[in-house]
Design a protein around this ligand. Structure first.
Ligand code: NAP
Length: 256
C-alpha cells in the first residue's frame, strides 16, 4: 500500500487522450489535483470534467517554451504548486528515411523531445520552492531498445528522452526532485488505433502476453514513480510491455 498522494498536484501533458488520459484518471482516483494539458482547450477541459476531483484543463503546445511556462504558471495559480509532472505528450507519424523531410524530423523531435526539456524546465521553480518533486517521462521501448521501420525520428526522440533524463536526474537529485521514465510497449490508445487492425493484430501476436497493454498499465507505473515510496529511485526507465522485448526471435514466440 502506497502512502496517500491525496492533495498533491500534477500536470499531465497529452492528457486529453490515450496514455495521458489514463494517467490523469488514475491520479484523480488517487486524490491528486490534475492539470490536463493538450493543444485543444475543449478536449482538455472535457477530460478534466470526466475524471472528477479537483481537475482542470489547459491548452498548450508543449513544443513551445512560452506555452510550457504558461502551463506551469496556471498550475501554480490554480492548485498552489506543482508536485508531479508527467511529460507524456507525443506523436508517432511514420516516414521511412528516404521520404522523411527535415520538417518531419524536426516536428517529431520538437513534440517529443524538446517538449520534455521545456516542460521540465517550466516546472522547476515550483518544485524547487516546494523542496521536492516527481517528474515522470513517457518514453517507449521504440528507440531505447527496439526499432521499427518508419520510426527512426520517433525512436531518436524516445531514446533522447532517456539521455535527457539521466543528466536531469543528477542535476535535480540535490533538490529532492526525481526524474524517471515509463517505457511502454504497444498500448491500446486512440493514437495507436490509427495504425490499423493489421498492425495491431501482428503486434498482439508478437507479445508474450498476447495482448496490447491498457492505459492503466502505464498509469500504475507513473503513479509508483510519483509516490513517496519511490523517493530513492531516479534516472531509471521501467519497461511496461507484456514481455514484448524478450523473445530473441520469431522462433521463441512459436516455441511458447
Ligand atoms: P495519443 O492517443 O495520440 O495522445 C497524444 C496526446 O498528446 C493527446 O492528448 C494530444 O492532444 C497530445 N499532444 C500531441 N502533441 C501535442 C503538443 N504539441 N502539445 C501538447 N499536447 C500534444 O497518444 P498515446 O498513444 O497516448 O501516446 C502518449 C505518449 O506515449 C507519447 O509520448 C507516445 O510516444 C508514448 N507511447 C505510446 C505508445 C502506445 O502504444 N500508444 C507506446 C510507447 C510510447 P492534442 O492533439 O489535442 O494536442
Amino acid at each position: 500500500m502506497l502512502t496517500s498522494l491525496k492533495g498533491r498536484t500534477a500536470i499531465v501533458t497529452g492528457g486529453s487522450r490515450g496514455i495521458g488520459k489514463g494517467i490523469a484518471a488514475c491520479f484523480a482516483r488517487a486524490g491528486i489535483k490534475v492539470l490536463v494539458v493538450s493543444r485543444s482547450q475543449g478536449e482538455a477541459e472535457a477530460v478534466a470534467a470526466s475524471i472528477g476531483g479537483e481537475a482542470a484543463g489547459f491548452a498548450a503546445d508543449v513544443s513551445r517554451g512560452a506555452d510550457c511556462e504558461a502551463m506551469a504558471a496556471f498550475a501554480v495559480e490554480r492548485f498552489g504548486g506543482i508536485d508531479i509532472l508527467c511529460a507524456n505528450a507525443g506523436i508517432f507519424p511514420a516516414a521511412k528515411i528516404g521520404e522523411m523531410t527535415e520538417t518531419d524530423f524536426d516536428h517529431v523531435l520538437g513534440t517529443n523531445l524538446r517538449s520534455t526539456f521545456l516542460s521540465v524546465k517550466a516546472v522547476l521553480r515550483a518544485m524547487e520552492a516546494a523542496g521536492r518533486g516527481r517528474i515522470v517521462i513517457t518514453s517507449s521501448i521504440t528507440g531505447p531498445i527496439t526499432g521499427y521501420p518508419g520510426w527512426s525520428h520517433y525512436g531518436a526522440s524516445k531514446a533522447g528522452q532517456l539521455g535527457f533524463m539521466r543528466t536531469a536526474a543528477i542535476e535535480l537529485a540535490p533538490k529532492r526532485i526525481t526524474v524517471n521514465a515509463v517505457m511502454p510497449g504497444n498500448i491500446a490508445t486512440e493514437g495507436l488505433d490509427g495504425m490499423g487492425a493489421d498492425y495491431i493484430g501482428k503486434m498482439e501476436s508478437s507479445i508474450p502476453m498476447r495482448r496490447l497493454g491498457g492505459v492503466e498499465d502505464i498509469a500504475n507505473a507513473a503513479l509508483f514513480f510519483a509516490s513517496d515510496e519511490a523517493a530513492y529511485i531516479t534516472g531509471q526507465g521501467l519497461v511496461v510491455d507484456g514481455g514484448q522485448i524478450l523473445p530473441e526471435s520469431l522462433g521463441a514466440l512459436e516455441a511458447m
